[in-house]
Design a protein around this ligand. Structure first.
Ligand code: NAP
Length: 316
């Protein structure tokens, strides 16, 4: 272990995030083979962080939160040859990172890419999880150019990313979203309608024909899969990233189930191009608010509210 000290937001037992998370002073481990350590510049929070606190990945504790990270390379593990100390990178820390993850002064990364010129550290830190999820889930759906996809929950950042990627692939996008990002989504080329009461009828009338597939990226909310199957006409044409249990019951597709069945991890290759597009202003993942690390509790509350309207970012 190195003598470097780091503040880290960690949980020592499983439970509701605001009950179990605390700010600790930790020793930072050396990166180890094939990994790097960064002095964290920014950490994008994700709903997955809260699921980790609740026990989504059992295992030894304490553990940290914050999978999406950007920072300056501070130490390089054995066998790593593609970065130098001082480089600005973004990427991912491990899901079950010990003793801490990205919500800390220092983080160990097992995936990293250079932050391209034109992209700042905060906007780089929010890219990995939502873009990778949107990209590989759309790959899984294999929608052809010219076909129509309904993206339900496009005001959430996975859906917002998926809408941009699908449009880039020449797919017609109908999206549900609240008022915050409806204008952005329309600007990208999507047809947008609010979620909530009357949604099924509104979507049918907007589609003026069949909807080939439905991608559900809405935060878990009961009854949504039934409504989406009604729109698609067939459970096999509905894929969810979030409403897992209802989808399994109703015969719809769950992205991670198919990944596990195929026995493979999603590739991160797509992030190189997406970071370049983000740097050029041709793809965007909006930041709702940045918080200093000391205000992690307020950041967590905003993310947990279910309506953060953009990414919530911690800046040490
Ligand atoms: N399986 C995977 O691979 C994977 C990976 C990443 C994330 N996920 C899951 O995907 C879900 C979305 O993640 P995210 O990062 O996109 O979340 P997020 O950005 O925190 O989404 C929150 C936004 O969703 C919208 N929303 C709230 N209630 C809604 C409802 N009932 N119906 C439709 N939209 C609603 C709101 O925006 P507006 O009101 O402005 O529209 C809100 O700001 C989470 O459950 C997450 O755990 C799964």
């Amino acid at each position: 272990m190195s003598a470097v000290e780091s503040r880290a937001i960690r949980f020592h037992q499983f439970g509701e995030p605001l009950d179990v998370l605390e700010e600790d002073q930790t020793e930072v481990p050396d990166p180890g083979e094939g990994r790097i350590r960064v002095a964290v510049a920014a950490t994008g929070l994700n709903p997955a962080d809260w699921e980790l606190c609740r026990g989504f990945m059992p295992g030894a504790l304490p553990r940290g939160i914050g999978v999406d990270v950007s920072g300056r390379v501070d130490a390089i593990g054995a066998g790593v040859t593609d970065v130098a100390v001082g480089d600005l990178v973004f990427g991912s820390s491990e899901f079950a990172a010990q003793p801490s993850a990205g919500a800390a002064d220092f983080a160990i990364l097992n995936l990293w890419l250079a932050v391209p010129p034109g992209l700042d550290a905060v906007h780089a830190a929010v890219l990995p999880m939502v873009l990778q999820t949107a990209h590989w889930t759309l790959d899984l759906m294999n929608i052809k150019p010219g076909e129509t996809v309904l993206i339900h929950g496009a005001g959430g950042m996975v859906g917002y990313a998926a809408a941009q990627i699908a449009l880039r692939r020449g797919i017609r996008v109908i999206a549900t979203a609240g008022p915050t990002f409806a204008g952005d989504l329309e600007g990208f080329g999507a047809t947008v309608t609010p979620y909530g009461s009357g949604m099924v009828e509104r979507i049918r009338s907007l589609a003026q024909g069949p909807i080939d597939q439905v991608l559900d990226t809405s935060r878990p909310n009961a009854g949504v899969i039934t409504a989406l199957i009604e729109i698609a006409g067939d459970p096999a044409r509905v894929v969810t990233v979030s409403n897992h249990d209802e989808a399994r019951r109703e015969g719809a597709r769950v992205n991670i189930d198919e990944l596990i069945a195929a026995g493979r991890l999603p590739s991160s290759d797509c992030l190189v191009d997406y970071a370049r597009l983000a740097a050029a202003g041709q793809l965007t993942i909006p930041v709702a608010r940045t918080f200093p690390l000391t205000e992690w509790r307020s950041a967590a509350e905003l993310s947990l509210s279910g309506a953060p309207h953009g990414k919530v970012v911690l800046v040490p």
